[in-house]
Design a protein. Structure first.
Ligand code: FAD
Ligand code: NAD
Length: 395
């Protein structure tokens, strides 16, 4: 019989770890595996707040895909998928089509703007290498522009919408970058303003209140102004309007207000919630016994019946089970149930500072910052071994 074809869409945390697992465990000629990704590199999304603020180089947040996978075992196709056709088991790419017997969807998320007017058009997002290079250049440009038009102090106001983990990690880096930019462009640091605006009654809603308090104090001391329990209602080229009616003028709005699943899932006719597919226990899409969905494209419910937050951590754990289940399915064996084992959460607050919960322990400050580095290095080790740790690691 014909060799089954597995297509993996997206080489993010879910896609790359699935590919690595398959290349390790599939026997010769057991399946043809094709990995499709928009770029020829994998990006380390969990580092993107740094190149976005300009505190690290974009190249440190990406790895060439052909350096990670064995091209004798996995075909890599650099292309953008535009349509998933479950009816005839085909993927339409920007150039050509691919047929699959088994599909893995790991396309990641997209910014969720909740229909707030102007956000799509005028706000920037921390999503990819290209988007963070843009943010970094844009910020530098505002400093340069201010020198030509010194009355326009709003050019030195930076607004970050949403104080979830992405917003909090980004304002930490942004605050660290400001002294350097002020020096480079001869700008009075007192003119720079960083606002982090959050709709919920607290920053990092749902996280440990004591650690949230600690994080906010660290960030305030670096010059961040919080506006909590204040929703952004509209974004224009000139700034934002808040639910309170207040307007803040700024040429830079970075939206970190949430993520949804890839738009292609809805278009393909899957039932979705905020663009995501609620997967079965074995990670397959309901009604499709040959389609696995991972990471930010999927929803996994906790035993308490709440969706787990979409993270790199859960994506990688899903990928291990997805790889296992694909091989089992091809061999006619039983599939495993996915059970998420949260290891904790550690978030950076910029140089030398972080907060986190590891197991049941709360950590903060230098200890948490060191832990964050270890987590980052561990990931590099999982996907690329010691050589990648030495090449891309920040020690
Ligand atoms: P992604 O990693 O987003 O990868 C999707 C891939 O698909 C990309 O390579 C993309 O180029 C590709 N792709 C997209 N569309 C197409 C297309 N049409 N055709 C072909 N390819 C396509 N989580 C944690 O657990 N810990 C953290 O510390 C952490 N820090 C974060 C920091 C920041 C700044 C951000 C933004 C997120 C952070 N997260 C963290 C969340 C985490 O990054 C995401 O949950 C995770 O990246 C989701 O993985 P994924 O495999 O679903 O997709
Ligand atoms: P998120 O959904 O977790 O946070 C978005 C925040 O924006 C929320 O607090 C929300 O209340 C706020 N918001 C929504 N609408 C708003 C409005 N109109 N005005 C003001 N604020 C508004 O999104 P995220 O921070 O991008 O995180 C996405 C996922 O990635 C999460 O699961 C998160 O846990 C994960 N992540 C983890 C880490 C880490 O572990 N270090 C870092 C970054 C992201």
């Amino acid at each position: 019989s014909r060799i089954p074809r597995i297509v993996i869409l997206g080489a993010g945390y879910g896609g790359i770890v699935t590919a690595l697992r398959l290349q390790k465990q599939l026997n010769y000629n057991e399946a043809d595996v094709t990995l499709v990704n928009k770029h020829d590199y994998h990006y380390i999304t969990t580092h993107l707040h740094m190149p976005a603020a300009g505190t690290d180089k974009p190249d440190n947040a990406r790895v060439s895909i052909t350096k990670l996978i064995d091209e004798f075992k996995i075909d890599f196709v650099k292309s953008t998928a535009v349509q998933i056709r479950t009816q005839d088991q085909k993927i339409v790419l920007e150039e050509g089509t691919l047929s699959y017997d088994y599909l893995v969807i790991g396309l990641g998320g997209e910014p969720e703007t909740f229909g707030i007017p102007g956000l799509k058009e005028h706000a920037l997002n921390i999503r990819s290498i290209n988007s963070v290079r843009y943010i970094r250049e844009h910020i530098e440009y505002q400093f340069a522009k201010f020198k030509r038009e010194p009355s326009r102090t709003e050019l030195l106001t930076f607004i970050v919408g949403g104080a979830g983990f992405t917003g909090i990690e980004f304002v930490g880096e942004l605050a660290d970058r400001m002294p350097e930019l002020c020096k480079e462009f001869d700008v009075d640091p007192a003119l720079v303003k960083i606002y982090n605006i959050e709709a919920a009654p607290t920053a990092l809603p749902g996280f440990d209140p004591e650690l949230v308090e600690y994080a906010m104090n660290v960030l305030r001391n670096k010059g961040v102004t919080f506006k909590i329990a204040t929703a952004i209602k509209e974004c224009t080229p000139d700034g934002v309007t808040l639910a309170t009616g207040e307007e803040i003028k700024s040429a830079t709005v970075i939206w970190t207000g949430g993520v949804r699943g890839n738009h292609m899932l809805e278009e393909a006719g899957f039932e979705t919630m905020r663009g995501r597919i609620k997967v079965e226990d074995d990670l397959r899409a309901p009604g499709h016994d040959n389609i696995y969905v991972l990471g930010d494209c999927s929803i996994v419910m906790s035993p308490e019946g709440r969706p787990y937050p979409p993270t790199a951590q859960i994506s990688m754990q899903q990928a291990e089970v997805c790889g296992h289940n694909l091989i089992s399915q091809i061999r006619g064996a039983d599939l495993k149930k996915f059970e998420y084992k949260p290891k904790g959460t550690v978030a950076s607050l910029g140089r030398g500072e972080a907060i986190g919960i590891v197991g049941s322990r709360k950590i903060k400050g230098g200890v948490a910052s060191a832990m964050k580095k270890i987590i980052d290095l561990r990931y590099l080790y999982i996907i690329g071994g010691i050589p990648l740790v030495l090449k891309k690691g920040r020690f």
